[in-house]
Design a protein around this ligand. Sequence first.
Ligand code: ADP
Length: 684
Amino acid sequence: MSLANAPTPLSTVLIANRGEIACRVIRTARRLGLKSVAVYSDADAMAYHVREADEALRLGPAPARESYLNVKAVIEAAKRSGASAIHPGYGFLSENAEFVAACEQAGIVFIGPPASAIAAMGDKSAAKARMDAAGVPLVPGYHGDDQDEATLKTEADQIGYPVLLKASAGGGGKGMRIVERGEDFQAALEGCRRESQAAFNDQRMLIEKYLTQPRHVEVQVFCDSHGDGVYLFERDCSVQRRHQKVLEEAPAPGMTQELRRQMGDAAVRAAKEIGYVGAGTVEFLLNADNSFYFMEMNTRLQVEHPVTEMITGEDLVEWQLRVAAGLPLPKRQEELTITGHAFEARLYAEDPEQDFLPATGHLERFELDMAGANLDPSRVRLDSGVEAGDEITMYYDPMLAKLITHGDDRDQALATLNRALSALDVSGVTTNRAFLQRLASHADFRKAELTTRFIELHEAELFSKATLDNEAYASAALFALDLLQRESHKDSPWARRDGWRLNAPARIRIALTDPAHAGDDADSSAILTVLAERQGKSAWRLQVNDHILEGQLQRLEGDGVAILLDGHRRRWLARRDRTPHGDVLVLGDAEQETRLFWRRLDAVDHGHHEVDATLTAPMHGTVVTLLIEPGERVEKGTPLMVMEAMKMEHTLNAPADGVVEAFHFAAGDTVGQGDELLTFNADE
Ligand code: ADP
């Protein structure tokens, strides 16, 4: 049936989102013969989703508050484009009951649940009370109205430690703390209340038994406006960092038919209890003994929905559109089946070695060569919100794309995921690609030994701590020298700063840092200095760790270089990534990649360590607050100012004992990567 003739006719859909989810909705809308309208902020005027849509309308300036979160602007855009429905995607306005009400008022269909259902799940305590009444199992705990400290302490003692304190109004892991012992309860409660007050203007807490090795298993549910509901099975999303999912799969390993039915029924019961309509996800914690507990319901389509699509063969966005058009669910419970196994890996612009710090920059390359890597297009899906050439800005979530694979069984789907991850060619911006590969190829992950603490438990193997040999450092130094030489041809800051001349004899020091140790103290042994002396046009004598190597670099086609070191010639793919923490040299071959931060030190040899007299912005962002007064004397390591980029805060610390002469920006100002933030006068 065409959606134009449905009970609630749909012909034009506005997608109030950006990135991969906007592109994904546009694809399905097009297939169903609907016109798609994109919206964009100033930062996204040229973005992929804008290029993909039939029509696009500007919302406002780059900050989300003024664009994608601006209810009025989105409704205006919908009216202007004549859209009959709005798909909210995830994040932004997708779980905003006021926005849903505004849609209703404007006579526009909101593709999602009614405002009342969103509101019912918005407060953790209220939601738990409702679920309890509906017979959905809850983590043992307390979610009552009495917020007296003595009451809360008594409840915590009764539940038994460890307990988890959670802000009732919470989300995104804020206002949440584990309490190991009764003695720690009071301090933790105070901390949580403070955090919750600051973030949500609400101090109410709930307490849960803290489960030590649970899995995160969630059930996809779907309800139509005729009172029917089904579940499309479960997903395991245990692999998380900072309570954010990284790798997801469906079905959940080790699931029995009986448990699947129990969890599915509980999820549908939860949805029906609140009069749910559309796609929703009921999240559970699953214990090793197969006991499961309701955690929360996400009243929208989830990022990880494609794994469900892969195993069921259904298009969930199509389901959403049909339900929004007033049609019944396309399938009954007994018509739904699971075929094979699917994985999703989330590709983020971030640096796992820097505590997952988001990265920005110019995406030079972004390609998955399916044919070249022998990948079957019916088994591999790349849901992307970007293309090569795009700018990755600081304004929004750093997720770039999702790689989804399918196989007849878990092993096959995982092998395909690994192959696809290694075939994914991405450069220009630091990503978690290699980290995902280490995760996906980890022996315990292969054995499906999953818990929400997986990344924490396997830290040693997941974060590359490999120490490099002298040849690797020498090769990287040669590449750095080559870059410097190229830059000196242009009127580059290098040339200006130190009078570098192409043919002059030169003695240069290059500082190299293994990113695995980059967090270490700035003047610790983590930094290796290579002393280079020019021998000929491109020949160098290098001193690395007291070893002398003779080296030469030759550029080949594309990123190819040949490096000759002491009579050993090897080919590499060499590139330079600009990250928030500085430039990274990347030298790779088919099997591995060496990544090193680099910095040119003065050509002249100094007997002591020099301290930069300026502090520059490590990435694009905004200044949140200045922590000291100009002129104040500070010790090395004292926090000086806080910046925010991509929803995360970064503190800049004093590089040495000294005095801040001046700040060049005030709170609220936008700064670009490399901008000089302040003038610092280090003590002699
Ligand atoms: P938020 O809404 O802030 O994201 P959630 O309640 O959804 O908070 O919990 C986020 C994550 O914290 C879960 O995915 C799980 O990994 C962990 N978690 C939550 N509750 C518990 C619990 N009672 N025991 C152990 N881990 C928990």
